[in-house]
Design a protein around this ligand. Structure first.
Ligand code: N1C
Length: 249
């Protein structure tokens, strides 16, 4: 009796967990007014289901990108690295910029963890590899793939918020550095403005060596600007309904 009770307990605990992930996916997708949410779910889960969770390459998500393509928002696209909270506080309150999390796929998967297992058709939300446990894990490959697709449609004047509180704002190994910046195409992108977000104690400024590397890695023909902006100024601007988009920095 005890064994049966434990077995039932375990299956009851795991089952809703997996269903919950799909429900979250579909609900967030519908809230976003996605029109083919079950098709997008199918394209999503085929990337990692029934696979070793350390063997999900970036390309596994190609069908997902095809099912939910990105549309360009020229002059409004915002990229970031190591500044997630400031950026989203700003974009939530002011309708000036669009980040990847303001697109269907970015919003649906933000903050979630998932993986599959060999010989199983299920989605798991625990026991999955962490970001650095192996390179080809489902979550990391997803962010690499969607970030590439988002950067591919970048156009006009593009903005990136980087952190002035670390020694290397253009951080090696970051998605912004390894994936997005390289894909900005000079036939579509006019200018990249780096907003270097600083706190009381500035660790890096616009003369930082890593920002020189950035300029060298940027395709020829894309203009570059850098502005040091205190975090307090960005927060104040976020909460000021009279402040216009162009006046925050
Ligand atoms: O590695 P990063 O930053 O440079 O990646 C940020 C960069 C942004 O411009 C986004 O377009 O790449 C895109 N992106 C996301 O939108 C995103 N949302 C949530 C990349 N990663 C994203 N995450 C999670 O944040 C992801 O799980 C990973 O762990 C971090 C990367 O943040 P980072 O190192 O500050």
């Amino acid at each position: 009796v005890v064994i049966v009770a434990v077995a039932v307990g375990v299956s009851l605990r795991q089952q809703p967990h997996q269903e919950e992930f799909k429900d979250t996916f579909i609900n967030r997708c519908k809230e976003f007014k996605g029109d083919n949410c079950s098709g997008i779910w199918e394209a999503f889960q085929q990337a990692y289901v029934n696979r070793d969770p350390c063997d999900v390459p970036v390309e596994a998500y190609d069908p997902l990108i095809a099912a939910a393509p990105f549309k360009p928002e020229c002059n409004r696209m915002m990229f970031w690295s190591k500044t997630k909270d400031v950026v989203h506080d700003f974009t939530e309150k002011k309708d000036c910029f669009v980040t990847l999390e303001d697109t269907l796929l970015g919003e649906v998967l933000d903050g979630l963890t998932w993986c599959g297992k060999k010989d199983s058709s299920e989605t798991f939300t625990s026991g999955c590899p962490g970001w650095s446990d192996c390179v080809d894990n489902p979550v990391r490959s997803f962010w690499n793939r969607v970030s590439a697709a988002y950067a591919d449609v970048a156009c006009g004047d593009v903005t990136a918020m980087l952190s002035g509180s670390i020694e290397t704002p253009f951080s090696p190994g970051s998605i912004f550095r390894t994936v997005e910046l390289k894909r900005f195409d000079s036939s579509r992108v006019n200018t990249l403005t780096v907003v270097l977000v600083t706190q009381e104690e500035k660790v890096a400024n616009c003369t930082n060596d890593s920002l020189k590397d950035l300029q060298m890695e940027l395709q020829k023909g894309i203009r570059y600007n850098c502005k040091e902006v205190p975090e307090s100024q960005i927060s104040a601007c976020s909460s000021d309904p009279t402040a216009s988009c162009g006046s925050c920095w």
